[in-house]
Design a protein around this ligand. Structure first.
Ligand SMILES: [Zn+2]
Length: 279
């Protein structure tokens, strides 16, 4: 994750906020190579207000990897879907030489074309996640929607990266640094600190509403839920629960029992609300 690029990032105030994606470069005598990098759409979330939506000028040693150069500015590779260098679509292994005009696009911002390399892996039909220590409440909501989501309040960065790699899990984090590890192939930096907004961010980024399977995962432990007959668990329930409800499910891991009571109806409404704006 450490960049070996020699950086001299400098904001170019002469460019307007509505810059064109193309740029013209001039190099002064004796200088190292220079790139002008334009970040589009949600990638501007990684910058302070005075650097948003404006090209950034960066000096680098020839041979510097384009991924390292961009990550050294604070944008992890997991947020980048299309990279254009001097008009050509390139991958993360591309090495820069000489003056370079770089355009950087987030997911879903550029239409699919044969001539474009899309660098983010497609979202699996059944995506699974691992979340950092700041995202316990978000974990519960993802499980509610039926997504396998690992969480512990003492996960370390390296542990998260290794588990994600070994189990093909998407990393969700409030820490941009985790996403810069080379082993990380898929992840998302959660912008908001509000759980209600976080779940909308994540469902939009990974198109989760069309993939959801509500109430199939235990919200407490991430175990799978299986339907269970009332008579099998009757002795564990309160009298009114036995009297008024007929459908039950049990966690295969921790044994927690779920039924379609008033709490279930509230959660069902919450899922409808989360997905209200998504196709
Ligand atoms: Zn459980």
């Amino acid at each position: 994750m450490v960049s070996n690029c020699w950086l001299m990032a400098s904001y170019l105030p002469e460019f307007s906020a509505n810059f064109a994606p193309s740029c013209i470069l001039t190099l002064e005598g004796g200088m190292k190579s220079r790139a002008i990098i334009s970040f589009f759409g949600s990638l501007n979330d990684f910058f302070p207000q005075n650097r948003k939506n404006s090209p950034q000028s960066v000096a680098f040693e020839d041979g510097c990897g384009v991924k390292d150069l961009i990550e050294s500015l604070g944008v992890p590779h997991t947020g980048i879907d299309v990279l254009i260098v001097n008009g050509t679509s390139v991958d993360f292994g591309f090495r820069l030489n000489g003056q370079s005009c770089i355009e950087v696009y987030p997911c879903f911002s550029v239409p699919q074309k044969d001539t474009l390399l899309h660098l983010q892996p497609p979202v699996p039909e059944n995506p699974s996640f691992i979340l950092d220590v700041h995202l316990g409440k978000l974990t519960h909501l993802l499980r509610m929607m039926g997504f396998d989501s690992l969480y512990r309040n003492n996960f370390g960065d390296k542990e998260i990266v290794e588990i994600a790699h070994d189990q093909n899990r998407i990393i969700l984090t409030r820490d941009k640094g985790i996403l810069k590890y080379r082993l990380v192939s898929s992840g998302y930096w959660v912008r908001s600190t509000d759980t209600g907004i976080q779940i909308k961010e994540v469902t939009a980024r990974f198109r989760l509403c069309s993939r959801k399977k509500p109430f199939t995962i235990c919200m407490e432990c991430n175990g799978k839920l299986k339907p269970v007959q009332k008579q099998e668990i009757e002795s564990l329930l309160e009298e009114n629960t036995v009297k008024y409800f007929t459908k039950f499910a049990k966690c295969c891991n921790c044994g927690k029992i779920y039924w379609e009571g008033s709490h279930y109806l509230k959660l069902r409404d919450r899922i409808e609300n989360i997905c209200a704006g998504e196709r």
